[in-house]
Design a binder for this molecule. Sequence first.
Ligand code: SAH
Length: 263
Amino acid sequence: MSGSLAIIGLGPGEARYLTPSALAALEAASDLVGYGPYLDRVPARAGQVKHGSDNRVEVARARHALALAAEGRAVAVVSGGDPGVFAMAAAVFEALEAGEPGWRALPISVEPGITAMLAAAAKAGAPLGGDFCAISLSDNLKPWEVVTHRLTAALTADFVIALYNPISKARPWQLGEALALAATIRTAETPVIFARAIGRADESLRVLTLAEAVPEAGSADMSTLVMIGASATRLIARQGAAPIVYTPRSVTKSPCATSQGRT
Ligand code: SAH
């Protein structure tokens, strides 16, 4: 039997957010590789072997998956959300690049999934209607100075900014520092979204101002995506319902005006 490797995005939560294509790839697998809690989301199928691992060993896990595929197994590597967004697809290609030359002959496919930023944006309205970017606040894989440098550039350029990996027990202060930095460049009224566990039974969405969000940083956790609005991002208030957050598609201010952020 010739092996194969599918790198699969499970979407943000429940199975209804999984694409039919990703589901078909999961069903075709003989072996599933991934972080334990993600593997738990995949329904057990008779004859399928699950290889769970710790969250911090991405490249080792990717090597294991490639080695299994090279032995002839039909391997599926699973990630939450999209596998190409701060997740396993890049780890697999890193392992492929540095690994056995024979691995490059394996059929490898990537099945996209709904990433947290898109699931959160859909819940809030249309905050990503204008130009946006995504930044991971984790400094496990890059120095914190790189994070603050990129954040400052994105804030100055007036992007809507999605912050992945905002906080964890091992990284308790980064989100507070990032929001405090944002408050030096954007106005106090800038909408900030805390979107938690979107697509799951316990999902929650909070819309704050930047001034309110800074002292609330500690209320976020590893399942939260934080979104900082651009200067044009606004709210539509509704009676008895959460406000809609959106960013108009048209930009009327000149780059010079928006780069100051306080016009
Ligand atoms: N590959 C994933 C992201 C992995 S990084 C994706 O495409 O979504 C992990 C971070 O993603 C978390 O710390 C959190 O910021 C965000 N995240 C993942 N699932 C989420 C969800 N259901 N709701 C809100 N944020 C989520």
